[in-house]
Design a protein around this ligand. Structure first.
Ligand code: PLP
Length: 376
């Protein structure tokens, strides 16, 4: 235990800064237990189906969906969607941008599928970005809008020179709801709800183009065996009825619906993007101005507005800094375990109040001034 007790008046009003699962607004958690809550009722009946309907129409409004695009959802999170895409969306071969753990996991999933050719990999080291480019015999292009393991944000646009029939799949798990996107440039814009949508894990949600829906109908009725849970066409058919193939986590649906409505009430994606930009800006400026810290992502254009990674001087031990923060109630600023750097990672998702980020910075300054130095 450290002796360092951060003064209470410096502490943020909500001390959760995780990059997923992320902070869930307290009033949303309380609403789950309120009288009239749909918890413990059938997902095939109107009260829960209305929640699913509101999620689908709310997302359509939030992201201004072009005509013909549909919102589908099901169980299993973005990780399940990777396997679903392998079965239901990739016909022969994909091209993948790989620049961190999450973008790599999707590439690996596709590489393991015995019925697909190995993906064309466009790779960059952690902290940088590589987008897939037009490649031979490739009908699907994939990358992550926000690489949560490194804090790199990527543009969402159709790669130049790709076939007209090619699909663009964007992993928007930690971007959707906090970073805007032009959905017309994508065919599947998919995410899990436990990041900017401040809900719990367990579900995947995907915004699908007519071309993606048609590709899935083709592949799932072909000779390829597709398990029902990985069949995107079945998921679309259920979603059209405001249902899911099998029983969903109803609390996750309720909290997702509450967050989408909350974002819309405050001004939609423009408001959310402005808020995450403000919060992350506070941290990036601090990291630049403080001699003990620096932003991990060198190129300012690639710095994520929703997951901020900050390198620490070698005289500061990140594990010790995070432990002292934790003893003072400040949670989940530890770095991504796989990255192995002496750094902190802070989720500045849309539910995080910029005032809390300013308070976090004040707390970090206070701790850094007093904590022991490595080798001292
Ligand atoms: C968190 C995350 C995932 C994995 O989401 P699960 O819900 O755990 O499957 C995938 N991609 C990105 C970019 C993520 O941030």
């Amino acid at each position: 235990m450290s002796e360092l007790k951060v003064p209470v008046d410096l502490l943020p009003s909500d001390p959760r800064f995780g990059s997923g699962p992320s902070r869930i607004r307290r009033e949303v958690i309380q609403a789950l237990a309120a009288p009239g809550s749909v918890m413990g009722t059938s997902h095939r009946k109107p009260p829960v189906k209305d929640v699913v309907h509101s999620i689908r129409s709310g997302l359509a409004e939030l992201y201004r969906l072009p005509a013909g695009y549909e919102v589908a959802l099901g169980n299993g999170g973005a990780t399940l969607f990777w396997s679903m895409a392998a079965c239901s969306l990739v016909a022969h071969r994909s091209a993948n941008g790989v620049y961190g753990s999450f973008s790599r996991k999707f590439a690996t999933t596709l590489q393991k599928a015995p019925f697909l050719a190995d993906p064309a990999i466009f790779e960059a080291p952690a902290g940088r970005l590589a987008l897939p480019r037009a490649a031979h015999a490739v009908g699907t292009y994939a990358w992550a809008q926000n690489e949560t393991s490194t804090g790199v944000v990527a543009p969402v646009q159709r790669p130049e020179g790709i076939d007209e029939s090619a699909l663009v799949l964007i992993d928007a798990t930690s971007a959707a709801g906090g970073v805007d996107a032009d959905i017309s440039a994508t065919d599947a814009y998919y995410f899990s709800p436990q990041k900017n949508f401040a809900s719990d894990g367990g579900l995947w949600v995907a915004v699908l183009s007519p071309a993606a829906i048609a590709r899935s109908a083709d592949l799932t009725s072909s000779a390829r065996w597709v398990p029902d849970i990985l069949n995107l066409t079945l998921a679309v058919e259920n979603s059209r009825k405001d249902q899911t193939l099998n029983t969903p986590a109803i609390a996750t649906l309720v909290m997702l619906e509450a967050q989408i409505s909350w974002l819309l009430e405050h001004g939609g994606m423009a408001w959310a993007a402005n808020r995450t930009h403000t919060s992350s800006g506070v941290l990036y400026r601090w990291a630049q101005d403080n001699p003990l810290t620096s932003p991990f992502v060198q190129d300012p254009a690639l710095r994520s507005p929703v997951v901020v990674t900050i390198d620490l001087d070698h005289s500061i031990d990140s594990a010790q800094l995070c432990a002292i923060a934790r003893e003072n109630g400040i949670l989940d600023i530890e770095p991504y375990r796989g990255l192995g750097r002496n750094q902190i990672r802070v989720g500045t998702f849309s539910s995080v109040d910029p005032e809390d980020v300013r308070a976090l910075v004040a707390c970090l300054d206070w701790i850094l001034e007093r904590m022991p130095r490595v080798g001292a």
